[in-house]
Design a protein. Structure first.
Length: 399
């Protein structure tokens, strides 16, 4: 079944949003074929937060060329021109993302910042031919992961009158990456997927505030494979929950419970204080105000306790089964700076096939690896509601 143009645009929008880590809107898309290779030329835009407190977010518009090929297996990387002047100094002072440099390509390393969590695979992909080409043509940005690569020049929109040359240059760059991926095929010992260990190693190499924050965040949720195996081996109800599992999934409901209780106290105190401070009918002014706090406090308390009980029930009493990841879909929602993804799962329970969807905020690359490989994943199923599940193998697990 062929896809409708609107579906193709939606899929392309999701793909570019993931590659750029931005909520991208596609204003225009055109399909082209160059030497038998299909490309998508897109005019896209997204909001970028300003570094200045005096200015709000700015809208970035640019033209990009996208290569999609299911036969490609590109390691996740991002390439962009080095920041110069004051901006570069500020980034260095605060701490920056790891920069993969090549001693035998000083011109490339001088012009570009290359980020790749799986450094070995990214180094193998960036052949001398790619590095030389990019060094001779500065100003490009490239993002790649799995079967997709997008090239663009940040903030540059190419209209139809000068688009042809831009697409030709983009195509040349994309074909070099295609050749680099073929070279990578000749080294099967190199793992291409990004794992937790890669992020932890990169965090150790990072300096400044950024590196410190990332190291603390990773250490806080650290969960080993041995801890998971020991936890699952416990008889139900499982009593000992590893700290990493508690922080990644169960969470701590105490702050919200405390907030709910505090709001309930305010709901009681406000009418009393108002009644004592005012006279006549003004004394009743505190009743509707108190009712608002009562509703807010009661709702906060109820939802936080219910959510905590559900998560504890799933983790401690959940039935362990195996299933498959059928899809990993990016959403437009962020919670505390983390992008929400929908994880689609199918599994067998009591002789019946179940399909469900759950929210995940981390372990996205692991989930996609599971989807692509089709390998079974471990799933805990809520004994009360079989649609409520936890996929163990998409947790952030080390070792």
């Amino acid at each position: 079944m062929s896809m409708r143009p609107s579906d193709q645009t939606d899929n392309l929008t999701d793909a570019i949003s993931e590659l750029l880590s931005e909520d991208v809107s596609i204003n225009q898309v055109e399909s082209q074929v160059r030497d038998g290779v299909r490309l998508s030329v897109v005019e896209m835009s997204y909001l970028r937060s300003s570094n200045s407190s005096n200015h709000g977010p700015t809208r970035v518009q640019q033209t990009g060329v996208v290569l999609e090929d299911e036969n490609l297996r590109i390691p996740h990387f991002a390439l962009w021109p080095h920041s110069r002047g004051i901006a570069g100094m500020l980034i260095s002072a605060v701490g920056h993302m790891p920069d993969i440099n090549f001693e035998d390509s000083p011109g490339f390393s001088r012009e570009y910042h290359l980020l790749g969590w799986n450094e070995e695979a990214v180094r193998a992909l960036f052949t001398p031919e790619i590095r030389t080409h990019l060094a001779e043509h500065p100003g490009w940005s490239v993002r790649g992961n799995r079967g997709r690569i997008v090239v663009f020049k940040k903030g540059e929109v190419r209209k139809s009158d000068d688009q042809s040359e831009f697409v030709t240059q983009s195509f040349e760059t994309l074909m070099l990456f295609r050749k680099g991926e073929i070279r990578l095929d000749e080294q099967p010992q190199i793992r291409r997927s990004t794992q937790v260990e890669d992020a932890m190693a990169a965090a150790e190499r990072m300096g400044g505030i950024t590196g410190s924050i990332l190291r603390r965040a990773l250490n806080r949720i650290a969960l080993t494979g041995a801890e998971i195996d020991q936890f699952l081996a416990q008889p139900k109800p499982r009593q000992s929950i590893p700290t990493g599992l508690r922080r990644q999934y169960v969470g701590d409901a105490r702050p919200l419970i405390a907030l709910g209780i505090a709001l309930l106290f305010v709901a009681i105190a406000v009418p009393i204080v108002v009644a004592l401070a005012l006279t006549g009918n003004d004394r009743y002014f505190g009743i509707p105000v108190g009712a608002v706090f009562l509703l807010a406090g009661g709702l906060t308390l109820f939802l936080s306790i219910r959510s905590s009980r559900r998560k504890h029930r799933l983790v401690c009493e959940g039935e362990l089964t195996h299933g498959q990841v059928t899809a990993v879909k990016r959403t437009s929602t962020e919670i505390n700076g983390q992008r929400r993804y929908h994880l689609h799962l199918t599994y067998e329970m009591a002789g019946q096939t179940h399909k469900t969807r759950t929210n995940i905020y981390s372990g996205i690359e692991q989930a996609k690896d599971c989807e692509e490989s089709g390998e079974p994943v471990r799933i805990l199923v809520d004994p009360v509601n079989t649609d409520r599940v936890l996929c163990i193998d998409t947790l952030v697990i080390t070792g």
